[in-house]
Write a protein that binds this ligand. Structure first.
Ligand code: SAM
Length: 282
């Protein structure tokens, strides 16, 4: 495990993933019944945008940096509506931890929990886990677990609340990781058909992405969504210029919200002349 999210925290891919995550959490909290979030690859939970890793790549400047620092260029109304829960969670985090701190997915998830909602944040890498664990005091509604995320995914669904969201955000370091995600996703849908799932994936290698799409085709509920964002360059040092999300059992309003907001988001996060974004049913 060499992957360190500190190099990438707050970049365009985090913006897309965390903004959609926040909207799914708002939907879950709109009903009184408690829910559970299971984050299978949680990371360390908080990132220093002035730290060594972030300074080395500066990736956050092309992500959250573009949304927070755009004087004279206010967000378009559809984008504002779509981003509101995410930007609210980031603002709440930064008011407590400073403007140079960026919340990872477990911190965003924790922000939206009500007293009876629960979060299991799973991380396998020792140093990231130790930091993650410190975010949640004993007895908190959120709990960090040092486990293999794929094993946790299998073991913890369906949760006893029977409502909730699994967030799957692996590093895709191993070449077979796309295949693993596809197979485990199909198995998870069988085991918990009504559960919501958000899977993030990088679009570096188009062949791997195409075979991922083929593997999941016909194995997910028909309302599942595929969301993709391409920043419009393929000449980027990070090697990552496009990414996607698979959303299983998304809130029914999300497709329309995404279709209205994505063109504006793609323009804001563009790094090349032809940024594009899409949202399709699978
Ligand atoms: C992309 S990062 C997660 C970022 C985080 N979800 C966020 O949005 O803030 C992937 C994380 O998965 C962890 N990881 C790698 N293999 C894992 C495994 N088998 N089980 C659990 N965590 C794993 C890595 O250490 C890394 O922290």
């Amino acid at each position: 495990m060499n992957y360190r999210h500190g190099f990438h925290a707050g970049n365009f891919a985090d913006v897309l993933k965390h903004a959609v995550l926040a909207r799914m959490l708002v939907h879950l909290r709109s009903k009184p019944k408690p829910f559970r979030v299971i984050d299978t690859h949680a990371g360390r939970g908080a990132y220093d945008l002035r730290g060594e890793e972030a300074l080395r790549t500066g990736e956050w400047r092309g992500g959250i940096g573009r949304l927070l620092d755009s004087p004279g260029d206010p967000l378009e109304p559809d984008l504002q509506t779509f981003l509101a829960p995410y930007l609210e969670a980031v603002a709440a985090w930064q008011s407590r931890h400073g403007r140079a701190s960026y919340p990872g997915s477990p911190a965003i998830e924790r922000h939206f929990l009500r007293p009876d909602d629960r979060l299991l944040a799973v991380e396998l890498e020792e140093r990231a886990f130790m930091k993650l664990e410190r975010l949640f005091p004993a007895g908190d509604r959120a709990k960090a677990l040092k486990l293999d995320g794929y094993e946790a995914w299998k073991a913890f669904i369906p949760p006893k609340e029977r409502r909730g969201l699994v967030v799957v955000d692996p590093p895709y370091e191993a070449r077979d990781e796309f295949a693993r995600v596809a197979e485990d996703l199909a198995a998870a849908v069988k085991k918990w058909p009504s559960g919501m799932t958000l899977v993030w994936y990088p679009m570096k290698d188009r062949t791997l992405v195409a075979s991922f799409s083929t593997r999941i085709a016909g194995r997910l509920p028909p309302e599942s969504l595929k969301v993709e964002l391409d920043t419009g360059t393929c000449d980027d040092e990070s090697g990552l210029w496009a990414c996607g999300l698979i959303l299983v059992n998304p809130p029914w309003t999300l497709e329309g919200e995404l279709k209205a907001a994505l063109p504006h988001l793609a323009r804001r996060l563009a790094r090349g002349a032809h940024p594009k974004a899409s949202c399709h049913r699978l």
